[in-house]
Design a protein around this ligand. Structure first.
Ligand SMILES: CC(C)(COP(=O)(O)OP(=O)(O)OC[C@H]1O[C@@H](n2cnc3c(N)ncnc32)[C@H](O)[C@@H]1OP(=O)(O)O)[C@@H](O)C(=O)NCCC(=O)NCCS
Length: 157
């Protein structure tokens, strides 16, 4: 069994990024590129995973990401993340993305997704990470659901 000192709370892994969507992020139709949003997802997932593991991490995979609505240039994109579930060396990071029109203050949920990050040692090999302690009801639900997805990903591979 892992020792208490080898466990960390979900709260410790919370991260938030707010970015202004600029003309250089836009596609030919004037909306923000999905790739620009995926890059921010990858970055914030790294922040949560690095906070949890205290180690360098690599992106192992993205689960399906559904873009529910367009994001417009001039909107503020806020990404929130935390570690949902931890295996031995991998961490499932959940990311929620919201777009805000700064003129009206209206906030829209535009996308969500899961990123699996793996902690690596100095030789680039997977290395163990602390176990996670879900505290709130939401964190406990995300942990249970994350565990199911972790097993499904292994089966699919
Ligand atoms: C991700 C990577 C470290 C896995 O290495 P590996 O030698 O295949 O390691 P293992 O099979 O022992 O798996 C290690 C962990 O990764 C998880 N994993 C491996 N491939 C995965 C995938 N495609 N999706 C989700 N998790 C994955 C395993 O479930 C395991 O988790 P666990 O220890 O919590 O049970 C390796 O494939 C790699 O370095 N890939 C390139 C990463 C990269 O360049 N990313 C983009 C830039 S950062």
């Amino acid at each position: 069994m892992p020792q208490k000192k080898n466990k960390k709370t979900v709260k410790n892994s919370y991260a938030m990024i707010t970015a202004l969507m600029t003309p250089q992020d836009q596609n030919f139709l004037g909306y923000v590129f999905g790739g620009a949003i995926l890059k921010l997802m990858d970055q914030i997932a790294y922040v949560s995973a690095a906070r949890h593991s205290g180690k360098y991490c690599v992106t192992a995979s993205f689960d399906r990401v559904d873009f529910k609505e367009h994001v417009h240039v001039g909107e503020l994109l806020t990404l929130k993340s935390c570690v949902n579930f931890v295996g031995k060396t991998s961490m499932e990071v959940g990311v929620r993305i919201e777009a805000e029109d700064p003129k009206t203050g209206k906030v829209r949920h535009t996308a969500s997704g899961y990123v699996t990050m793996v902690a690596i040692d100095k030789n680039g090999k997977p290395t163990t990470v602390p176990q996670i302690i879900p505290e709130t009801e939401d964190e406990k639900r995300r942990y249970r659901e994350g565990q199911i997805r972790y097993k499904m990903r292994k089966e699919i591979r």
